[in-house]
Design a protein around this ligand. Structure first.
Ligand SMILES: NC(=O)C1=CN([C@@H]2O[C@H](COP(=O)(O)OP(=O)(O)OC[C@H]3O[C@@H](n4cnc5c(N)ncnc54)[C@H](O)[C@@H]3O)[C@@H](O)[C@H]2O)C=CC1
Ligand SMILES: CC(C)CC(=O)C(=O)O
Ligand SMILES: [Mg+2]
Length: 353
């Protein structure tokens, strides 16, 4: 039986960039002689409009019955004022991450030599190759902690981490660092938050199992600044759900655009692959979105869930080639560059596979 993927395009630019990723998948299947069974489903605002719920039962069944999930992005102003549990964010994406027990979120950020000019950072700061990996805890922390409350007079969220949850994600970061340049920077706010004090204590304990990996700690405010001042110092950034969400967007900015940042959300069995960015309502429906984050998320899926390493490498090489040849969507263009559309970028990447 063919391996099966659930394809959930979602909202805004989600369906646009997903079309390009599927084109690339089909080209890759042809080239490397394999076939994945694809079934599309609804999530987020699109699901609310069609069924009244951001994660309909049918989508839950589809995800649970697939070998991997490829997701576009969810949300948009149209659905912002619903009850929290019925929003595309909480009721859709976060509920899906919970359903699949996805506690690991890997967000690799690499600055392409040819895109250094698209980065807001100066050539002096980018004097070497920025290649960092955010390992973000994805299933707990303040996004999920109970109790939560929202009234017109009072609102709160709860940031909880248990020893076991921190241990789990810390081991992932140290294992990644062993395969990379051997350094983990654990980012917390242990000077203020109890959950961070436990985080730091447990990370120090886990580090003892990895004597070959250097561990350093950084408060999140300083980390946000250090990313701008000296991103070259980072190899693996290990951090909590909220801090990882914020810092990974910052790492995308360093790369030139959120449209360049893929991600893999991993857990017990079924993994989910999604661009780090959102539904980009400001550019949705205009053919302006950069599909590379979605296409690189596809490459992460082929490699991680299906062991199609050659296929994933071919996709990454094709992306390298379009960038090296100077093809640019608007988000990564500099003054004077010809700007190409979402679908032209997808076509070009296909042509290089
Ligand atoms: N994983 C997901 O599905 C996520 C969903 N969201 C949702 O997306 C909606 C919009 O949120 P925002 O804060 O505006 O964040 P966003 O990530 O959608 O957009 C931020 C900025 O990055 C740009 N951008 C993002 N992806 C791009 C791409 N592929 N190509 C070119 N430019 C790109 C957008 O045009 C915008 O200027 C909200 O409803 C939010 O909750 C936000 C983040 C992640
Ligand atoms: C809907 C958000 C919680 C998703 C997000 O911003 C992210 O995972 O980066
Ligand atoms: Mg985010």
């Amino acid at each position: 039986m063919a391996d099966k993927i659930a394809v959930l395009p979602g909202d805004g630019i989600g369906p646009e960039v997903m079309d390009e990723a599927l084109k690339v998948l089909h080209k890759t299947e042809e080239k490397f002689s394999f076939k994945l069974e694809i079934e599309k489903g609804l999530i987020g605002g699109a699901a609310i409009d069609a069924t009244g719920h951001p994660l309909p039962e049918e989508t839950q069944k589809l995800a649970l019955g697939s070998d991997a999930v490829l997701l576009g992005s969810i949300g948009g102003p149209k659905w912002d004022n619903l009850a929290p549990e019925l929003t595309p964010e909480l009721g859709g994406l976060l509920a899906l991450r919970k359903l699949l027990s996805l506690y690991i979120n890997l967000r690799p950020a690499v600055v392409y030599e040819e895109l250094k000019e698209s980065s807001p950072l100066s050539p002096k700061v980018l004097s070497g190759k920025v290649d960092l990996l955010t390992v973000r805890e994805l299933a707990h922390g303040i996004y999920f902690g109970q109790p939560k409350k929202l009234t017109d007079e009072e609102a709160f969220d709860t940031m909880i981490y248990t020893r076991e949850q921190v241990e789990q994600i810390a081991h992932v970061a140290f294992r990644q660092a062993k395969m990379r340049r051997g350094k983990v920077t654990s980012v917390d706010k242990a000077n203020v938050l109890s959950s961070s004090k436990l985080w730091r204590k447990v990370v120090i304990e886990v580090a003892k199992d990895y004597p070959e990996v250097t561990l350093e700690h950084m408060y999140v405010d300083n980390a946000a600044m250090q990313l701008m001042l000296n991103p070259l110092q980072f190899d693996v950034i290990l951090t909590s759900n909220l801090f990882g969400d914020i810092l990974s967007d910052e790492s995308a900015a360093i790369c030139g655009s959120l449209g360049m940042l893929p991600s893999a959300s991993l857990g017990a069995e079924i993994s989910l692959y999604e661009p780090a960015g959102g539904s980009a309502p400001d550019i949705a429906g205009q053919g302006k979105a950069n599909p590379i984050a979605q296409i690189l998320s596809l490459a992460m899926m082929l490699e991680t869930s299906f062991e199609k390493v050659e296929a994933a490498t071919a996709i990454r090489k094709a992306v390298d080639k379009v960038i090296a040849d100077g093809h640019r969507t608007g988000d990564i263009a500099k003054a004077g560059d010809e700007i190409i559309s979402t679908s032209s970028m997808g076509d070009l990447i296909c042509s290089f596979i």
